[in-house]
Design a protein around this ligand. Sequence first.
Ligand code: LLP
Length: 438
Amino acid sequence: MICKENNLLHNNLGIKENNLTFAGYDTVALAKKYGTPLMLLDENKIRNTMRTYKSAMQTYFGNDSVPLYASKALSFVGIYQIAKEEGINTDIVSIGELYTAIKAGFPLERAFFHGNCKTDYDIEYAIDNGIGFFNVDTYDELYAINKIAGSKGIKQKILLRLTPGIDPHTHAAISTGKVDSKFGTAIETGQAMEITKVAISLENIDLRGFHCHIGSQIFEIEPFCDAADIMIKFIDDVRAETGYEAEYLNLGGGFGVRYVESDPVIDYTDNIRRIAEHINSYCEENDLHKPKILMEPGRSMVADSGMTIYTVGSVKEITGYKNYVAIDGGMSDNPRYALYGSQYTVLCANKMNDEASYECTIAGRLCESGDLIQENVKIPKVQRGDNIAVLVTGAYNYAMASNYNRVPRPLVLLLGNEERVAIRRETPEDVSKLDNIL
Ligand code: LLP
């Protein structure tokens, strides 16, 4: 929803005197108190989004339906605690995410372990800690899980990840449902049916259904409906050929998020309603059994609940060319412009009422020309010490942060009824803590 009073991008933004507010807090005061770069998270908005997904899925898909938070979007102990409190499940993709969920006391029987190259160590660690499901990509993984589960005397629940052959219109690097993909097994080539038969036959595997994820930052619902049709038809083909009835269909994540004004405003409840109506009529018309539907949103659960505040370090005006405003972070905390040319809304947090007529490129502090946050934006004229706000950075920013140039990563502050440090600021000592002195 657009903030009507001040025309800002989302309704958790506002202006107090000349400063940007976020979740009701003065961002300039927070920058002073905690230092920059500073990532802010709106706890109430995260909780509301989780509740919205949960209630929409239960209303429209049925009571057995539940969202999994795709924690690759933003993983830290507190977010698994919030997900646990809100009664939603989670998807994890690495031993690090798994460990973080364990540390948070997240009930692992509600966690799904994804990823296209799990090691034996990952599999054993997850089974030992009581993982609910593996989302299985390949034969190699299927056999490895069967063997390790057998050695522990258990039958492991899995979903098989399939590629339905859908091409959503999004950035190629985040499109994953096509036949030519490093993820999953293709339906079109007949290989999905083959791996399904093998999974059914394995002694220590409990196949509970199928999964697909077609991509990320998708605004239309048609690709999700198309994927659902293909998957439900496949489930029926499997039933006809083998008698096996899948319990779950996981449709993955992928809903788009509003980063800039030209992006549409998205109503996730309405998206879910429309997809559910489509699935219901597809199943009715074709007399097909409707499985329990799961979805695993990442970006849309946290992106607009986050923003980053930086401090301007220098302003460089190249006569006849352009202006660079350099900030005290960059691709080390937000690599998305460098990787995908992603669009962001940039504001000067301490000059919110000034005219935004100074055209400039926001550059990071890393030693690389491509280290840009956004090119050709219009903000008020700024100088060293001013605060730059980059909006909608809750997903795939901190999660993709690095220590390139040994730049310490930002502090993450959770803003709810009180301010809580969710991840403390990295120090130079932290950055060098794994090094041995030779
Ligand atoms: N499920 C699976 C299996 C996934 O691979 C992903 C995202 C999700 C769910 C969550 O999708 P979402 O709701 O967040 O779109 N780093 C990229 C995005 C990579 C997405 C990876 N997989 C970016 O910054 O745009």
